[in-house]
Write a protein that binds this ligand. Sequence first.
Ligand code: NCD
Ligand code: ZN
Ligand code: ZN
Length: 346
Amino acid sequence: MNTITIRRPDDWHVHLRDGDVLTGVTPYTARVFGRAIVMPNLVPPVTTAAMADDYRRRIMAAVPAGSGFTPLMTCYLTDSTSPVDVADGHAAGIFTAAKLYPAGATTNSASGVTAIRNIYPVLEVMQRIGMVLCVHGEVTDPEIDIFDREAVFIDRVLAPLLRDMPGLRVVMEHATTSQAVQFVEGAGDNIAATITPQHLHINRNAMLVGGIRPHAYCLPVAKREEHRQALRRAATGGSGKFFLGTDSAPHAKHMKESGCGCAGIFNAPHALESYLTVFDQEDALDRFERFASLAGPAFYRLPVNEGTITLVRSEQPVPQVLDAAGTTIVPFHAGETIGWKILSMN
Ligand code: NCD
Ligand code: ZN
Ligand code: ZN
């Protein structure tokens, strides 16, 4: 098979940032994806429906005309989030989902939730109205090794939460471990996970062997090879519980190449081709559409996109750096050649 045509895909986890960078990076996502769940970890974070509505307008101003792209907004949960604002924002069509960042877990998460109990009133309302909770699933306890933080989050936070609220609809964002895969597979239909391209391509060696490589650093950090293999089986296995969420997270080159480099990988420019390469390697091209274009809408209870996209087997060099409206950013796969390319969209 040298070409593949699928329904237009969606990105169920992306960081579009703000200001000039927003203008620079949004076209990469809007070109390919019909919709995207836009993460709210701006400075200051998008914590209210009014702020999300404003942010949506700024995004739309950065979307190239005619791309037919719709941003789906999320609410950044804090210890003092109002359940009424979340429910009203959802009813008004402003919020598609709400995002749980444990305080201090990742980029711009300082205002996140300090204890899950603090947001139980919000989560109870979300359970009642069927609103999706997107989760950055890592504990922040300094005693817990960074490579164990996702697995410990499942045991200490997520499993007890779902015992208390069995009907809550949860997406474990950017799953990185076999424990996450097993948990999602063993849970009800209300639990799903997104998987990034980088966690399908790289294990922790990519970050640490032969020198420290800041452009392979994101959170949750890539784990051992056995975990990458579990993620590849989950993504390509056709279950429908795992779907595309790039976690494209642009940071300026100089902010990553630093004594304390930022977490995040900018994969938007070639995300779809990157995922497709994995499905090709796993001999699972027939399952690609489900992962990229069908399973996410089914979970979010949205229609699939109308259009289609066709990719062709063809060598595509990835540049070393890209310019995002004045900010130099190193993309995922920089300097490599990807074996697939977007041919057309209808
Ligand atoms: C994200 C960012 O830079 O906003 N970084 C990352 O490493 N994934 C935050 C996040 O998704 O945790
Ligand atoms: Zn995250
Ligand atoms: Zn993210």
